[in-house]
Every structure is written in structure tokens, then in C-alpha cells.
Design a protein around this ligand. Sequence first.
Ligand SMILES: [Zn+2]
Length: 499
Amino acid sequence: MRIVTGGIAQETNTFQWEPTTLADFQKGSSRIERGQQILDLAHTNLIYGGIVSEAQTQGIELIATTYGHAVPGGRVSREAFETMRDEILDGIRAALPVDGVILGIHGAMALEHNDDGEGPLITAVRELVGPDIPIVAPLDLHTNLSDEMMAETNAFIGYKEYPHIDMRETGQAAMQLLIRTIKGEVNPVMAHVRVPLIAPNQSMVTTWQSALKQVIDRAVEIESEPGVLSATVLGGFPFSDIPFAGVATIVVADGDKELAQHYANEMAQMCWNLREDFTIHPTPVADAVAEALAGEPGSVYVLADISDSGASGTAGDGTAILKGLLEANARSAAVAQIMDREAVTACIDAGVGATVTLTVGGKHDGLHGEPVEVTGMVRLIHEGRFPLGGLMGSGMRASRGKTVVLEINGPGGIELQLTELRGHPNDLNFFRAFGIEPTERRILVLKSAAHFRAAFEPIATKVIEVDAPGISSPKLDTFNHQSLRRPIYPLDKDFDWSP
Ligand SMILES: [Zn+2]
């Protein structure tokens, strides 16, 4: 049995003005992996960890082409998409004949010239391999599901965890389903429903009984029903101004389309009935800082800058919480992180031990707070690469470009990380790599929507989701969506719907 694989994975925030170029796919934590480099992902918790190890376990020949994955950001440039697409197609063409295709995609990629990134890739692969070769793909929970994606794919299986600690597991499940399909043991047919609902990331978190988690729990039950091969609830990615963004359900059944549709409808109706519970109420900055400072000695408060989440393609240079810390004269606070290339350069020029006064952040798009003036001592200059651990990053390295730790208001004051690139602090090493022990700080500021929870909930006395400005804010009615289909909740409230 010969299975070929490749893909392009990026989550697009269309409110980010800066496009994601071919160069962006090759810097920081982003990469274009080819051939053996993809197979070497076997030991990671990424989808390819599951795909490659399952192939090895079952003795299947897996031919790896090209897999480009980028940190979330703006729309992917035509050049980047077409270059990687053509490489993948060339790789598949060279591998023919094959028995099946498994794709490494995200599900919420938009292109400069097309609202859908995955659909055109899948269509091109289908045209190449013909109608009879099964195509299967795992999907991120934040997928914005398009009709074109559904049209030419035999089966999708989505993540069930957010933070996504089950990427490897989902890749493995998709690979197992593809192998069973090739062997003729099952005949996957899919049904889906798009719900007229966009939801903030925090309402999809699975470390508590969020609205989406309640439906995911039902999906797990449905998967044990006879004839059902998989059941998926997608939270969607709301920071994408495209017609098909939002919550959707997919059920894969064994040869029985009606059965698949029945359960896809049931889960979609559940999402709709819960729509009001998808609303998130973040805490004002000053209240969050005051609560943390009033905490018991030894407590650790995570102040999540959910509106400037590095994993949601934002500016990464939001200053609202830093400003709040300064105004409250906060002590024992560590900030991961503010992207500011100019400030990093100025600190490096000044050198370790120098005291500098400079403005940081707020420079990228004016949507994440004003630049803030700070005076501090340059405590550390780091090249910015470090290993990840924990449930999400095991076996991986992160890179945010050159990184500086600025110590504001003396020892025990505010430790501000300045970086050249956006990051998403989902791991304790985002502090430890820079000599900061997160369990010994009263306040940890994290530019993260929810992925931080896997590593930080266990050490946090309390997590506070902070209301700061930014293009991953949970206040979805403050965005200027123009292309999104209407009516859609919560932008429109006075309408009824059923699947
Ligand atoms: Zn996701």
C-alpha cells in the first residue's frame, strides 16, 4: 500500500493587513518541510506525529512531498500558495500510482486572491489523482469549512481538544480511516452543516464545560453509534471576513449518508440552541491587574491578552496590559511578549546592563493599543530559539527571533520580553528559556487566546481573560465583517434557524 502526503497549514486572520509570504513560511517557528523532514515529525505531537507513526506501525509506504506550516497571520500570498501547491502536486505526480492521499492542512487558510485556501488545494489534488483515490485529512478545530473543501474529500476528522493536545491522535485517526478505506473495510461518506454562528475562541476551550465542549461531548457519544466512523464539531475561526466562517459539524458514516446527515443536524441544532452561551465577558485591564496584585502571597495570576493572541494572527505588539501594570506600579510581573523589532535593536545596541528609555509596541496597526514609553535595564539578549515541552510542544523548538528581557522598576518589578517575531506562549519555556521562573511570579501576561491553558492552568491560581483591544477580541460585534454570510449570530440576533 502506498500513501502520499503533503499540505499547507496556516490560520488566516483577514483583519491582519500584512500578508503571509513565502519568506514568512521559512522564518521563526514556521517551516517548509520536505520528504524526510516530514517523516522526522514522527516523534512530535503534531498531526504528522500520528500520521507517520501509524504508517510505520502498519508497515505502509508513506511518500512525503512538501508540508508548509506558518504561524497564524494575514492572508497567504498567491506566490506562497502556488509555489507550495505546485511542489506538492509534483511530488504526488512523481509518486503515482498511489492508493490514497492524506493531507496536512489547517482548515482556516485564506489567500490573497481567494477566501478559501484548502478548497483549491484539495481540488487540484483530486484532479491529479482522479475520482477513485481516497483523500482524507485531519482538521483543526478552528476550521472555516467551505463547500469546495467538502466536495472532493472522502473524510475529515477534526480535533476535539482546545488547547489542541490531540493533534497527534487526530492525525493517527485520519490515517487509520484512510487505510481501512483503501483496504475496502469501510466506505466513508460525509455530511456537514454550517451553523449561522461565529464564536469567540474562549467559548471553544475544552479544559472547562464551554459551549462547544458540550457539543463535542455529544460528538464522542455519536462516534460509538453503529455505522458512524467519526463526528466533528468545528468552532471555526471568527477573525476571518469570509462567507463561510463559523461553527460547523461533520459526520463521517460507513456508506450511509442519511445517518451522517442525521447526526450532523443533531449537533448543529445543539450549537444553535446554545448560541447565547458562546458569548464571552472579558475583565477590564485595571480590574484584572488589581485583583492579581491583591492575591495571596505565592499566588500566580495569568492575565491572558486574548485579543492579541499570537496564535490568532494578531499584531503581537499590544500594550494595554503593560500600560495597566505600569499604572498600577505592579511588582513581580512577567510579560510574554511584545513584538517590536526596533526596540529589540535599540536594546541590543545599548548592550546588557544598560538602562534604556524607549517606546514599545503599538506600532504594527494601531489596533492593539498605543506605543508605551518604558525605562528599564537590558537584562538579557537571546537569539530566541528554545525547546518546547509540555503537552503541545513536545519534540519541537520555538523561535521568535532575537529576544530581549527588559527589567522595569528594578529587580522584582516588571520583566518585559521584547521580540522580533510574533509568538504564542503556550509553554512554560516561554519564560524559563529567558531565566524567568513562572511559578514564582505574581502576574504572567500571555498573548494567547487559550493554548496557554495546557501548560499554565496547572501552575495558575487563577486565569483572567482580559479585555484589551485587538483583532482576536471576543467582542465579535466590534469587527467590521463585510463578506460574512448573514444573518449570523451574534451580529444578528433576531432570526430563527434549524438545520
Ligand atoms: Zn486551532
